[in-house]
Design a protein around this ligand. Structure first.
Ligand code: GLN
Length: 303
């Protein structure tokens, strides 16, 4: 498979892609990003590394981090985590509150904000130095020691994160947040503020493509855990657009409002792309189009 040719073609096609969608303004600090940035990095099981465009520029991974925090919680606590968060698609926007009341404070899945806040609470409980340990985990799985928080973005989200504060308090009223709400929110805002390049993100997601093992061969998750997390990314990774992403792209993946998408094909490759213009569901317009071209041109998807 000549991925280089396909990625070069996707990059050329991106120049003609209509400038649809807008950069997220929900976090003021994120609104400063140039809307026309675009990069892709693909890393394969066979050791190929292919980058195009702005693939070595850092961006705010936002909700892509939810796939990494649930991986860490799953590796630490095992199946127990599913007593506090479900594994069903929500069919609702990422920051929705509505289902929580009917479902007694058990969020539908770990990728909507409510579910990610419960996972954050679990990590605050089980990690010794939660924020540092999360960074250490992401540095270890990706192999890049320079990955860090963007404190301005974390602060900016803290100042405007009323919806997340409401979610955390609502969860706490059901007993599904065990630590102080402010501590859990602080952890969550920091995880969302992490900055990575497409290359770093593709390398972090490599564990999901490589049966739980990093590039260096460290086993982080069991094959069963990887199966479960990939299934969740496939069915829930794009909120109320998970069906659309599955239909068009056919890969498990996770998006974020920084415009990043990380996806993978088990036993083949991990890929990350970044384009900050978002559609109304909060997913990258060009990122989805790029990945759709990749799987259509190569015929490489899980379906
Ligand atoms: N930090 C953002 C929030 O909690 C992440 C949302 C996202 O990327 N979809 O609202």
């Amino acid at each position: 498979m000549n991925y280089r040719t396909v990625l070069d073609k996707i990059y050329i096609n991106s120049k003609d892609f209509p400038k649809m969608g807008v950069v997220s303004t929900s976090i003021p600090e994120l609104a400063k990003v140039h809307p026309d940035k675009f990069g892709i990095h693909l890393t394969t099981i066979n050791g190929e590394e292919i980058g195009v465009g702005n693939s070595n520029e850092k961006f705010s991974i936002q909700s892509v981090s939810k796939a990494l925090t649930v991986a860490l919680a799953f590796s630490k606590c095992g199946e127990e985590i599913w007593n506090r968060v479900g594994v069903e698609p929500s069919g609702n926007p990422f920051n929705s509150l509505v289902q929580l009341e009917f479902e007694k404070g058990i969020p539908r899945n770990p990728f909507i904000n409510a579910g990610a806040l419960v996972i954050a609470d679990i990590l605050v409980t089980v990690l010794q130095n939660p924020k540092e340990d999360l960074l250490h985990f992401i540095r270890t799985i990706s192999g890049f020691e320079t990955i860090d928080f963007n404190l301005k973005v974390a602060q900016s989200e803290k100042e405007t994160g009323f919806r997340n504060a409401a979610l955390a308090n609502f969860l706490k009223s059901f007993g599904n947040i065990q630590n102080e709400v402010d501590v859990v929110l602080d952890f969550y805002f920091h995880q969302c503020s992490i900055e990575m390049t497409c290359k770093e993100l593709a390398h972090a997601f490599f564990i999901f493509a490589n049966e739980g093992k990093t590039k260096k061969g460290n086993q982080i998750l069991t094959t069963s855990q990887v199966k479960r997390l990939n299934a969740l990314m496939q069915t829930c990774g794009f909120y109320d657009e998970s069906g659309e992403f599955t239909y068009r792209v056919g890969l498990p993946g996770k998006s974020g409002i920084g415009g990043g998408i990380a996806a993978l094909l088990p036993k083949q490759f991990a890929i990350a792309c970044w384009s900050p213009r978002l559609n109304e569901k909060g997913n990258s317009e060009l990122g989805m189009f790029a990945l759709e071209q990749l799987t259509t041109e190569t015929g490489m998807s899980i379906f």
